[in-house]
Write a protein that binds this ligand. Sequence first.
Ligand code: ADP
Ligand code: MG
Length: 463
Amino acid sequence: DGKWARAIEIVKEMEEKCATPIGKLKQVADAMLVEMHAGLASEGGSKLKMLISYVDNLPTGDENGLFYALDLGGTNFRVLRVKLGGKDGRLVNQEFAEVPIPPNLMTGTSNALFDYIAAELAKFVAQEGEELQSPPGKMRELGFTFSFPVIQTSIASGTLVRWTKGFSIDDTVGQDVVVQLTKAMERQGVHMHVSALVNDTVGTLAGGKYFNKDVIAAVILGTGTNAAYVECAQAIPKWHGALPESGEMVINMEWGNFRSSHLPLTDYDLALDVESLNPGEQIFEKIISGMYLGEIVRRVLLNMAEEAAFFGDILPSKLKIPFILRTPDMSAMHHDTSSDLEVVGSKLKDILEIYNTSLKTRKVVVELCNIVATRGARLAAAGILGILKKMGKDTVKEGDKQSTVIALDGGLYEHYSEYSKCMENTLNELLGEEVSKTIEIVHSNDGSGIGAALLAASHSRYR
Ligand code: ADP
Ligand code: MG
């Protein structure tokens, strides 16, 4: 009937607006490249902050001793303790704990958030067993992975530019997050020295490099999204300090804030942005990362329900609740291989209280998930192409045995296999057969925590 036809039309419109043909992706990659240059040229020269990480040496394998890491991402934070045994021993042992961040702390006060983190860290330290014990008399050292935009002033200090990913705590902005953490640790009676402050992308790059020397960049696809890579120090005009001995500097791109007229944005994306905690910011992140994909699908479904009675004459009220449809649920529906799309049926029922959906309806829901995930995955691939271009790795040089590895991590990449498969296929498509043979993507599982511990080791005050 007419209503069904209108619903299908809405999906088709979405598909057209979200289209990412190869030509468009190449334009996006080129735009990314231009912004990378601009962000490196001057502070504030681009939406891409291209932050200097103060990491000018990646792990060598010589790191030695017991180190802690604390990883504050978006939804959870992890505490980690690793024992490093130098060249021969390598990663001798590791233990970790994962703790969810209570949502009320994401929009409360700085002290409340950091006190909570320090208290959880204190519990973890108290469980230090015989295997992984700190030598007596030596202060414990910590690598702090903090996955939000920070302007660093040294390897172990930096001020928060702004919160992202649903965090909004005004009194932290402009503060040194290492000072905030250190003070909270003092209040909680934890005696630790923060030896390195790193973004999760930088941590993942360091962790990736430790296990595979060909790793040159890292990309996070989790609650949010970001990337880091190794840049030539001379190619950073805004860097006025002494050139590092290594001649290199890791750059935290903060690519989540990328935006370009080439990005395929729909009215749903614009509305999501306007109603978000950070309107106008993190546009790339808002169309490719885990925090938002399910929410985009919800918005389209709501429009279909309102305009075309897609779920019947009564509007399902749950469908009006922002962020009720999470990306893990979207991916569960997308991955449903049962003949009657049972998972789709039960997700619609359990989350949205939409009962007795027909197979036809469920198929349309899966199609919509596919449209939204495909756009995100293909744009992520275009971003990676931008980095490869900047590094001159998008072509093969005559007689050069090139091997380039990119470390990937994040819950979205790890669990949404339709998304990760699509991203990898698209990257190969963009690079062509010959070049794609020289580029490898590896999953760096929890590399950011280990990477932060490794960087704490190489910047240890006891070195
Ligand atoms: P963070 O980015 O907060 O550091 P993670 O890397 O663990 O944390 O990513 C968590 C995010 O990954 C979730 O917010 C969610 O968007 C996404 N995610 C987790 N599980 C799945 C899944 N099964 N399918 C799709 N996305 C998932
Ligand atoms: Mg993370």
